[in-house]
Structure formats: structure tokens, C-alpha cells
Design a protein around this ligand. Structure first.
Ligand SMILES: Nc1ncnc2c1ncn2[C@@H]1O[C@H](COP(=O)(O)OP(=O)(O)OP(=O)(O)O)[C@@H](O)[C@H]1O
Ligand SMILES: [Mg+2]
Length: 320
């Protein structure tokens, strides 16, 4: 089995929620506004489209091309409600950025209104807001890394300073079920801890994606959440995601890429493609899944540091 390199951008897109990359101050249009008013507003606010709202309800979307159509047809005095696109694709604020990018790429959806679970408009995403937010996030993580260099250097000494036949550092994280507001927190804390310990960035990116998938499975598929346990050794990293139910009936089936039992509302958030376990397998050195229906599920994944051992990192710990 080959493991795959994950780029920083891929990791970010994967593990960031739409809420983080949206613009929260949405310019909205009233249905009765004329198309020439809309044109002037879009020009002065420098926007290329906006949702048309009836109170809290999204009636439609207007884009520059709707304005151009109206101009050509001499309909600039008619209300926007008669010129807008009525089929509006929205994205949930808790959805993964992957979901937003997927829909932005489709024809006719240059901007997506972002809604909460009650359908209330909370923001808007465009390719521009996504790129700005991701660049900002990369900048912040770079600065953080700079600031943490000294701490990293110290933390990576644990394995040299403590003498035992086999030193192991255990980190535990509790993950609640259906708690989308906090989903991803455990994986980001794990990532940060590994950075401080001086684990190579290329390994951390693989771990981040695998752990994120494991965490999302606890959030989405369990009754009462579960626990992620990270066991850090000098030469390897062992991670387990453990829960107490509902368990899995057919292990071979769930391991097939594309198989998912996620309900519709989960799919609407961009999860439930049935690719999580396949991604974990791809990113890790070994993976094993144990479960029984009515009992719990246990996922074990291992990452081997090999010649990139923590001790070697510590010796040359000033780099990156
Ligand atoms: N901890 C778990 N408890 C019970 N069932 C699980 C658990 N983890 C995974 N499954 C089952 O395995 C299936 C496949 O999981 P996988 O992570 O590959 O895909 P998914 O979670 O459905 O979709 P995606 O990960 O692409 O968002 C799930 O749909 C679910 O039925
Ligand atoms: Mg999954």
C-alpha cells in the first residue's frame, strides 16, 4: 500500500468549515428593487452578485449576467424578482470547504449563500472569500510556527531526557456526537501537539487528514461520541478512535470506497461520500478497523517515523 503526500492547501480545505471562509456581511437585495437600482448598487459596492431576500427567506440570486441580460432586453425598470435566478444552491455554515468549492465550480454558481441549520442566511462564499481566508490561515499558521520554534525544540527533547526502555506519550481527546460546532477541534489540537514535538510537517499533514476523518466518523456515526487516543513513541505514532456504538455490521462493506450510511442532512454538509476510511488508509502506514453491531468500534492507525525519528528531528530541530 502506498501512502500519499498531502499538501498544506489540501489539508486546509479538508479541515476548514465554510463559516471560516465566508463573508459575514452580505449585501442583500429587496425583491421590488428595479434592475437599474441593482446595477448601481452592485457597481458602488463592487460586487458581482447578491441574494434577493424576503425577510429571512432567500428568494433568488442575481448576478452580473442577469443584469446584462436585463440591459439587452430593455428590462432595467422591471423588479429584480422577475430577473433573478430562482434556483438557489446554498451551503451550510458547518459544511466542509470542500463542499463549497465543489459547488462553486459548477456552472452558474459563482457565489453561494451560507445558511445555518434553520435556513437563515449567515454569509456568502465566493472563490475570492475562500482564497483570502485560506491565504490568511496559511499566513497565521506560518507565524505561529515561527513563534513556537523554541517550544518545539524543548518539547522534542522529552524522548532524550526521559530514560526508559520505551517512552510513550499518551494524549486523549473526547469527541461528542453530532457536535458540528466543535468537530475538528481534536484533530487540530493533535496537529498542534505534534508540531510542538517536532514531528516532520509531511507526516503531520497525513496525520491531520486521517485524524480529521476519524474524528468526523465519531461525530457523524456514533450514538454517544467517543475518544481519540494518541500514543507517541520515538519511532512511531499510534492513534485509536474508539466508541461504544452503534457498531458496524459488515466491515468489508464499510471499507469499500463510496459506501456510506450517512443520512441526507449529513450529505448536505458535504460529508458522507464514503471516502473517509479510504482516506485514512491512504494517509497512514497501517490501519485496522474492529467492530461489532450493538457493540463499539475501534479504529487503529499507525504512522512510522522511520528515519525521520523524533530524536533526529530534535538534533536538527532548528529547521522548519
Ligand atoms: N465509528 C463508527 N461507528 C459506526 N459506523 C461507522 C463508524 N465509522 C464509520 N462507520 C460506517 O462506515 C461507513 C463508511 O465510513 P467512511 O468514513 O468511509 O465514509 P462516510 O463517513 O460515510 O463518508 P465521508 O467520510 O466520506 O464523509 C459510514 O457511512 C458508516 O456506516
Ligand atoms: Mg467518514
Amino acid at each position: 500500500m502506498t501512502t500519499q503526500e498531502i499538501t498544506k492547501v489540501q489539508e486546509l480545505i479538508y479541515t476548514t468549515r465554510v463559516e471560516t471562509v465566508m463573508a459575514a456581511d452580505v449585501i442583500v437585495l429587496k425583491p421590488e428593487m428595479s434592475m437599474s437600482e441593482v446595477k448601481n448598487l452592485m457597481r458602488s459596492m463592487r460586487i458581482a452578485g447578491a441574494p434577493v431576500m424576503d425577510g429571512d427567506r432567500i428568494l433568488g440570486m442575481v448576478s452580473l449576467s442577469d443584469v446584462m441580460d436585463a440591459m439587452e432586453k430593455g428590462r432595467m425598470d422591471t423588479p429584480v424578482v422577475d430577473n433573478m435566478t430562482k434556483e438557489v444552491k446554498t451551503v451550510l455554515k458547518d459544511a466542509s470547504v470542500t463542499e463549497a468549492i465543489h459547488n462553486l465550480g459548477r456552472q452558474g454558481f459563482g457565489r453561494l449563500p451560507v445558511v445555518d441549520r434553520d435556513g437563515k442566511l449567515v454569509g456568502i462564499v465566493t472563490t475570492g472569500t475562500v482564497i483570502r481566508a485560506l491565504l490568511h490561515e496559511m499566513d497565521v499558521s506560518f507565524q505561529r510556527k515561527e513563534a513556537e520554534k523554541i517550544q518545539t525544540y524543548r518539547a522534542s527533547h522529552i524522548f532524550e531526557d526521559i530514560s526508559s526502555d520505551d517512552t510513550s506519550l499518551i494524549l486523549r481527546y473526547v469527541v461528542d456526537d453530532k457536535d458540528f460546532a466543535n468537530a475538528g477541534k481534536a484533530s487540530s489540537m493533535i496537529k498542534k501537539s505534534l508540531q510542538r514535538l517536532g514531528v516532520l510537517p509531511s507526516i503531520i499533514r497525513r496525520v491531520a487528514v486521517a485524524v480529521y476523518e476519524a474524528e468526523m466518523n465519531l461525530v457523524i456515526h456514533t450514538d454517544v461520541g467517543g475518544e481519540i487516543i494518541v500514543d507517541i513513541r520515538e519511532d512511531r505514532l499510534m492513534i485509536s478512535a474508539v466508541d461504544h456504538g452503534p457498531g458496524i455490521e459488515d466491515l468489508a462493506q464499510v471499507l469499500q470506497p463510496g459506501y456510506s450510511t450517512a443520512p441526507e442532512w449529513i450529505r448536505d454538509m458535504g460529508f458522507g461520500a464514503g471516502m473517509g476510511l479510504a482516506n485514512i488508509k491512504r494517509c497512514s502506514d497501517t490501519m485496522s478497523l474492529r467492530s461489532e453491531l450493538g457493540g463499539g468500534t475501534r479504529l487503529d492507525i499507525v504512522f512510522i517515523f522511520g528515519q525521520n525519528a523524533l530524536r533526529l528531528r530534535a538534533a536538527s530541530g532548528k529547521k522548519s
